[in-house]
Design a binder for this molecule. Structure first.
Ligand code: FAD
Length: 435
């Protein structure tokens, strides 16, 4: 009987435990469901662009093996039970994910078998000496190291037997790509799909040894840029881990990759931390009203990269144009929104969700809460980046010149707020919170 393999955020054939389990049990029926009803956070604009190309790539790989990918649009909790009934499928195989909406959908899917593979270590497995789950990164990372390397990646199946593919949707009819206007021109450096992920990984191997020293310099291509590939599961974290680990000086990168596991661990423990401050006192922060007037104009200036602080503006323009922003600049731009403009981090989180190709519920919320100081494990609120100091420290002149060519000319906007005053205001607001 057919074995449904339900692809979600694991759009790969290599190191795909669900696919291998399905293939071992019978003819496979590969499926992707675009569910916009029960997924609480529908994919943003940039993610939809990526998803389109990633699904096309997965479909092509499956066709090369003599099959294809069944596309269905609608509530997975209704479509999959119906597909099971119509095809007489024996099982539905999927890789376990951490977004809080999945268990609610999964409960309604008959014969579901979940497999691991979205993290280096399954969330919830590692425990403190007292038997608790981890809430702080450093001890979590120590425990991961103590646990040992993740399982070796499983090869892609060389052959697959496919069950007959029922009629489904055509990818083009999903309209995932932007049209009128098509703003995706700056995304041409990306190659969504498994082959693109492996290519990025191969490119990074030579640089992995310098990562520890160069990763904070936004003008250099010192990081892997694997984030969208990891989000969509076009490469498994274990696969990336085993490729990079043998490189000399790889430890700082492996540690950074472990932050992704930590974000998943945090999200599973505190699903609400994706949408509200973990530290309750932050609910009383006197955030700027962005529903109209001056507050709205401030938010827009930040989104458009017109704050008058060139490093912030360069980052926001890089994000808009290319769908990605360097991690150091994400921290500076986020800190600027929350602390200099006193705008609620959730406004920034939403903008990132829509514009990042790597938009990820766990990583994005953790990043924003970390910068704000409101998270489970986060930077102290009083750490307020100076955008100018950061630009100097990390040699961002060329990066700024690239993204903000008018910097230094009269058509470049004046700073929205003065750094020293903004800093004092943010600290005073925070002190008042604690009463
Ligand atoms: P590398 O430096 O090469 O790291 C390798 C991989 O490790 C990354 O691809 C990513 O999967 C993981 N990783 C690295 N740093 C972090 C981190 N701090 N937290 C969690 N995982 C990490 N990352 C996302 O994937 N999606 C997001 O939506 C996201 N939003 C963020 C928002 C803010 C405000 C901040 C400060 C950070 C955010 N990050 C997010 C984390 C980080 O900026 C990106 O993962 C990283 O810049 C991606 O580039 P890279 O693949 O070259 O990373």
């Amino acid at each position: 009987a057919p074995q449904i393999i339900w692809f979600r955020q694991d759009l790969r054939l290599r190191d795909q435990a669900a696919l291998l389990a399905a293939a071992a049990a019978g003819p496979v029926l590969p499926l992707f469901v675009l569910d916009e009803s029960r997924i609480v956070r529908a994919a943003g604009g940039a993610s939809r662009w990526w998803l389109h190309h990633s699904l096309a790539a997965l479909d092509a790989s499956l066709r090369a093996l003599g099959g294809g990918l069944l596309l269905l649009r609608g509530p997975a909790a209704e479509l999959i039970p119906k597909l099971v009934a119509d095809t007489g499928a024996d099982a539905v195989h999927a890789i376990r994910l951490s977004e809080p909406w999945w268990p609610l959908i999964e409960r309604e899917i008959p014969r579901l078998q979940l497999h691991e593979g979205n993290s280096l270590v399954p969330a919830g497995l590692l425990r403190t000496k007292a038997g608790d789950r981890f809430r702080v990164f450093t001890p979590f990372w120590r425990a991961m190291q103590g646990w040992g390397p993740p399982p070796r990646p499983l090869p892609a199946p060389a052959r697959l037997t496919f069950a007959p593919l029922p009629a489904g949707d055509r990818l083009v009819d999903w309209s995932l790509l932007p049209r009128a206007p098509d703003w995706s021109g700056g995304f041409s450096g990306w190659q969504p799909g498994e082959a693109g992920a492996q290519r990025r990984l191969a490119d990074f191997l030579d640089k992995a040894g310098d990562y520890g020293e160069r990763r904070n310099y936004p003008g250099e291509e010192a990081t892997s840029r694997l984030s969208p590939h990891l989000h969509f599961g076009e490469i498994s974290p274990a696969d990336a881990w085993h490729a990079v680990e043998p490189q000399k000086g790889s430890a700082p990168w492996l540690r950074q990759l472990a932050w992704r596991d930590f974000a998943l661990e945090t999200l599973e423990q505190y699903p609400k931390s994706a949408s509200r401050p973990h530290r309750p006192e932050f609910a009383h922060m006197p955030w700027t009203d962005v529903s109209s007037g001056e507050g709205r104009a401030l938010l827009r200036a930040w989104q458009r990269g017109r704050t008058g602080y060139p490093l912030v503006d360069a980052g926001m323009r890089q994000l808009w144009a290319s769908g990605w922003m360097h991690n150091r600049v994400r921290m500076v731009a986020a800190s600027f929104l929350v602390k200099h403009l006193m705008i609620d981090w959730r406004e920034g989180e939403r903008w990132f969700w829509d514009t990042l190709l790597d938009a990820d519920l766990a990583n994005n919320a953790m990043g924003w809460q970390w910068v704000t100081g409101s998270g489970v494990d986060s930077a102290p609120y009083y750490r307020i980046f100076s955008p100018e100091g950061q630009a100097e420290k990390f040699d961002a002149q060329a990066y700024i010149r690239h993204w903000v060519p008018e910097f230094g000319r009269s058509d470049y906007p004046a700073p929205l707020v003065e750094h020293r005053l903004a800093r004092e205001r943010a600290l005073a607001a925070h002190a008042a919170l604690k009463g």
